[in-house]
Design a protein around this ligand. Structure first.
Ligand code: SF4
Length: 422
């Protein structure tokens, strides 16, 4: 099966998945509409009784109220009819999408373990095959959107992708996308670093601004996000990057569906949730008839030690926060970080003279919502003050991250390389 056929089948999987989601959602919407229409009818009955009981001047007002209630009921009844029609329509559409997928897949099913029986098995089999052929995947793509935080994993992913894309003759397809959450969320210089990392390979770099960043989001919602409701990632990063991708695809002016590959530097050993990710998946949330979006995790199986070896061996520039032994280049106060990492972040803010600890603890007090259920940021700051009193201010040297991971001589080699490249 050639790559175009595989992608075509994946789009059929995407269509049937989306059609099934719509079919599952339609009866729920219809049930909600039935409740609303029943309430509107109840209001009509109440107004009718009120009018029957009204006398003199009251009758006029009661009659007007009844007209309003009847109009509202008519509007809701129309919506309920539409919702019922949507149930029938989505059922038919889902059946058709599933039949199309089965018919398209049947000729290829025999030679596969999946036997073509289940849609998820069809998709998994196709995606596994595609993930194992990165050069073909890159050739088939119209856009390779490399999502870069500027962190260690992003720069290693970028380095590998550029090597593959050069081999495939497709480097021009890469766009490095950086979501900039601003200086109330991130360490100084992150955006500039992400740009330099892209420019090292002569790549197009686009920064997406998330006005207000994490601080603004918390202020607006009156609460901090958490692992279960990571609104920060979706609203500050994913949704904004998707708008950009739509514009990039539109600018291509294609008359067929575009193939967009979102490249993300997640690694399996970062968390149990990440270890369950597939190397390649269809992004059914953002795919549509204009673009088939695949999420690709090219360094999923790479370990942290391998990341640092590649950074050291290839002389890749990384952020100085790593030298202060921050494990990730996330938001300064990432809602997913552990207590000790947050304590270190507070001490690093003090060392860099950043006002973020006060800004965040003030916000926490103002909204009356703790940074985490188990502890507040005020607790974190108190612990940072205690550690600081014992150990003194945080200090670090250039190359400490590599020294810590790979030893003194690797750090010395790395620093020599960086100095030569400067
Ligand atoms: S780095 Fe942490 S706090 Fe910032 S957007 Fe991501 S999950 Fe949210």
């Amino acid at each position: 099966m050639n790559i175009a056929t595989r992608l075509h089948l994946l789009d059929a999987v995407r269509r049937s998945t989306q059609a099934d989601s719509a079919r599952a959602a339609a009866p729920r919407a219809a049930a909600r509409a039935r409740k609303v229409v029943a309430a509107a009818l109840g209001e009509v009955r109440r107004c009718e009784q009120q009018l029957a009981a009204a006398r003199g001047q009251e009758r006029l007002a009661a009659a007007e109220e009844l007209v309003t209630a009847r109009n509202a009921y008519a509007a809701q009844a129309r919506r309920e009819r539409d919702a019922r029609a949507a149930v029938r329509r989505t059922f038919t559409a889902a059946r058709a999408a599933n039949r199309t997928l089965a018919a398209q897949y049947a000729p290829y099913a025999r030679s596969r373990d999946t036997g073509g029986r289940r849609r998820s098995a069809v998709a998994a089999s196709l995606l596994d095959e595609l993930a194992a052929m990165p050069l073909d995947l890159i050739r088939a793509a119209d856009v390779l959107a490399v999502h870069s935080s500027g962190g260690k994993d992003s720069v290693v992913m970028l380095h590998r992708l550029v090597a593959w894309a050069e081999k495939a003759g497709c480097k021009h397809k890469i766009v490095v996308v950086h979501c900039d959450l601003g200086d109330t969320s991130e360490w100084p210089g992150v955006r500039e670093l992400a740009q330099r990392q892209a420019e090292r390979y002569g790549l197009r770099f686009v920064a997406v601004d998330s006005t207000g960043g994490l601080l603004g989001l918390v202020e607006k919602r009156g609460m901090f996000p958490d692992a279960a409701r990571r609104l920060c990632t979706s609203s500050l990063k994913r949704d904004k990057a998707n708008v950009l991708l739509t514009a990039i695809v539109a600018a291509l002016g294609l008359t067929r569906q575009a193939i967009v590959i979102n490249c993300l530097g997640l690694r399996a050993d970062e968390s149990p949730a990440r270890s369950r990710k597939a190397p390649l998946s269809v992004d059914t949330r953002t795919s549509n008839s204009k673009k088939l979006v695949l999420a690709w995790h090219p360094i999923l199986q790479t370990t942290e030690a391998e990341v640092w070896q590649e950074i050291a061996g290839s002389g890749l520039e990384y952020h100085p926060a790593y030298d202060a032994l921050m494990p990730r280049l996330s938001c300064v106060f990432c809602v997913l970080a552990g207590f000790n990492v947050l304590v270190r972040a507070v001490r690093l803010c003090w060392a860099l003279d950043l006002p973020l600890p006060e800004q965040y603890t003030d916000l926490e007090a103002r909204i009356g919502h703790r940074f985490k259920e188990q502890y507040s940021l005020a607790d974190v700051v108190a612990e940072a003050a205690r550690v600081q009193a014992e150990e003194g201010p945080l200090t670090w040297r250039p190359g400490d991250a590599i020294r810590d991971q790979l030893g003194e001589s690797a750090a010395a080699d790395y620093l020599d390389r960086i100095a030569l490249a400067a």
